[in-house]
Design a binder for this molecule. Structure first.
Ligand SMILES: [Zn+2]
Length: 293
């Protein structure tokens, strides 16, 4: 029975697409949790480390949570969310986009992230049915979605995600499944890190300001550990273009400066991540000819 399912799964895009859409919606729901909770967990850890070092007593403003406990609750009234409101995408519409208890608005981003993850999983299933590459692509998509959103929200690219993504890229490429060879993946990681590191220091020496963060270097290294160094130029071009377009739109629409962002800085990670996704998922169709899928 399982062998039959595996056979049909590998040979029928229809079944594969359906299973991957379902899986993507569920994983997307979990990614929403990670995006909200991981920065809180890290901030709490850093806060506790700081007060220990300084030997002072300040109450920690961050909730004590982990990725699983407590169960999903409304961020306004802390009421536990019933399982039917937690159903990916549908749940949002069942409760009409509001908390079932206090009626405060729920961000439309939650169902959007679930749907986007589902669609990206289906695209991964369209380009590969390989038993190693396909799960690899799903992991890549999940990490990239998390990193894009966390960087947008907090200007952080946590080591917990960037460094894990880098190691996973090298493991997936042990036989060069995406990068064509392990050497390409290793060189990619080094080139990715060093190139942005160099840009950072040149910018800092010339302008005395910081244009990027170390998280960006690690994120670029991680992406190139998956694609290999051949994708270096195209990812740099696409991410810079997306970043510039976003900057212009934000500036023209007056959304660049806010109370939380008085310096008007924009994160670079979301554009790196988007470029990585485009190259890995659409490279074959854009005639980029970087790797064989
Ligand atoms: Zn509520």
């Amino acid at each position: 029975m399982t062998e039959l399912f595996a056979f049909i799964f590998q040979n029928s895009f229809l079944l594969r697409g359906f299973v991957l859409l379902f899986l993507g919606l569920i994983i997307g729901s979990f990614l929403n949790v990670v995006v909200y909770r991981l920065p809180v967990i890290l901030n709490r850890k850093w806060h506790n480390e700081s007060i220990n070092q300084l030997n002072i007593d300040i109450t920690c403003p961050y909730e004590q949570i982990n990725l699983i406990h407590p169960a999903s609750h409304c961020t306004s009234c802390k009421t536990k969310i019933p399982f039917w409101a937690n159903i990916p995408v549908l749940g949002y519409f069942i409760v009409n986009g509001r908390c079932h208890h206090c009626y405060s608005k729920i961000s439309v981003r939650y169902p959007f992230v679930e749907l986007a993850t589902g669609v990206l999983f289906v695209i991964a299933g369209y380009i590969s049915n390989d038993i190693i590459l396909l799960p690899g692509l799903l992991v890549f998509i999940s990490f990239i979605v998390c990193l894009i959103l966390i960087d947008f929200d907090t200007m952080l690219l946590p080591d917990e995600l960037t460094l894990s993504l880098l190691w996973l890229g090298l493991i997936v490429n042990l036989n060069g499944i995406l990068s064509l060879s392990l050497a390409n993946a290793v060189i990619g990681a080094v080139v990715g890190y060093l190139s942005l590191w160099l840009v950072y220091w040149l910018f800092k020496i010339i302008t005395k300001r910081e244009g990027m963060g170390y998280g960006d270097f690690k994120f670029f290294a991680a992406i190139l550990a998956w694609t290999g160094y051949n994708a270096f130029v195209v990812i740099l071009l696409i991410s810079s273009m997306l970043g510039i377009i976003y900057y212009i739109i934000a500036k023209v629409s007056g959304k660049l400066y806010s109370d939380e962002n008085i310096s008007g800085h924009i994160p670079f990670g979301p554009f790196l991540g988007a470029a990585g996704l485009i190259v890995v998922l659409a490279g074959k169709y854009l005639n980029l000819a970087l790797f064989q899928l």
